[in-house]
Design a protein around this ligand. Structure first.
Ligand code: IPM
Ligand code: MN
Length: 356
């Protein structure tokens, strides 16, 4: 199979973790006789430095004309500490998600048996947890208008907007995942306070009654969901939620796995798809060869499976990651005192795919 992949390393640890995922994709191509063509493009702070724009038109063009997109990370402290910056790296990611129509972000969470002790939570709480977060990705407070400041500059506002159609299309995605899993969707919202959340509840309930009544639908307020996620994570199968809640809850889910550096994600829309680790650009670690590449490698595995239909290849990548972790070959975030860095972890996983 021949596929072109837009590769957007981005900022901070982005380039080094992406390098490992590409190594692994190359190993898959060699082992299973595929041809992957990588088309590199800029996004985020590195794109601002080069072009003044965090999502240049040339990058958009590369994404639109490739079969899928692999993305590293975005963000730079020089902008985080400057609230007056007019152009911010994160705008690149948000514009890219919107422009590519990536309205559903899938974040699977399942701790590795050999890593239960890496979680600060007790083994008997996290053991057996296995759920996915379906996060709406192109609406809500991230995009709502109006946003900004009043004229005096002493008041700021963001707007949370959702339409029934936006809710329905992402709810469809959640039910379709639930149908392949344990048939349980939990809608997480704040319907006791927010009008948008009440529209979410009404819409998802109606869709459930109309098309998916064979599945179970539960509702949780987001504050309660946060507590349940770390006290009873086994209770969840598919969590469906809006953009901002999904952002916050999925970082929290990283605690269950033991490291946010292990969690991949798939962002998809009607036409295009993009695969990205859920973590950020971790600037303190950039260039130090300590960043965990597994989340990005597993994102590439999701690309193989979901975007290209290469189930066997995706499974091989997962097994190789599990083997590395069980063998203690991974970065210090999950193997305390580990002598294996980002590159060696990537090498080990890539080699395993060729050898298996
Ligand atoms: C994520 C990130 C982004 C988000 C940032 C970098 C804009 O935190 O993918 O979860 O908030 O969506
Ligand atoms: Mn986030």
């Amino acid at each position: 199979m021949k596929k072109t992949i837009a590769v957007l390393p981005g900022d901070g640890i982005g380039p080094e973790i992406i390098r490992q995922a590409v190594k692994v994709l190359d190993a898959v191509a060699a082992r299973y006789s595929h041809g992957f063509i990588y088309r590199y493009a800029d996004v985020g702070a590195s794109a601002i430095d080069r072009t003044g724009d965090p999502y240049p038109a040339a990058t958009h063009e590369v994404c639109m004309t490739s079969d899928s997109v692999l993305f590293g990370a975005i963000g730079d402290p020089k902008y985080d500490n400057d609230p007056t910056a007019k152009v911010r790296p994160e705008q690149g990611l948000l514009r890219m998600r919107k422009a590519l129509g990536l309205f559903a972000n899938i974040r699977p969470v399942k701790p590795y048996p050999s890593l239960l002790s890496a979680s600060p939570l007790k083994d008997d709480i996290v053991g057996g947890a296995d759920f996915i977060v379906v996060r709406e990705l192109t609406g809500g407070m991230y995009f709502g208008e109006p946003r900004g400041r009043n004229e005096a500059g002493d008041k700021a506002f963001d707007t949370c907007v959702y339409s029934r159609a936006e809710i329905e299309r992402v709810a469809e995605v959640a039910f379709s995942y639930a149908a392949r899993r344990h048939g349980r969707v939990t809608l997480v919202d704040k319907a006791n306070v927010l009008a948008t959340s009440r529209l979410w509840r009404e819409t998802v309930k109606a869709l459930h009654e109309e098309k998916y009544s064979d599945m179970q639908l539960d509702f949780l307020f987001v504050d309660n969901a946060a507590m349940k996620m770390v006290s009873n994570p086994r209770d969840f199968d598919v969590i469906l939620t809006e953009n901002m809640f999904g952002d916050i809850l999925s970082d929290l889910a990283g605690v269950i796995n033991g490291s946010i550096g292990l969690l991949p994600s798939a962002s998809s829309g009607a036409e295009r798809s993009l695969y990205e680790p859920i973590h950020g650009s971790f600037p303190q670690a950039a260039g130090k060869d300590i960043a965990n590449p597994v989340a990005t490698i597993l994102s590439a595995a999701m690309m193989l499976e979901d975007a290209f239909g290469l189930a066997e290849e995706g499974a091989a990548v997962r097994r190789a990651c599990e083997y590395a972790i069980a063998s203690g070959v991974c970065t210090p975030d999950i193997i305390p005192g580990s002598r294996y860095g980002t590159e060696q972890t990537g090498d080990f996983i890539a080699r395993r795919i060729g050898e298996e």
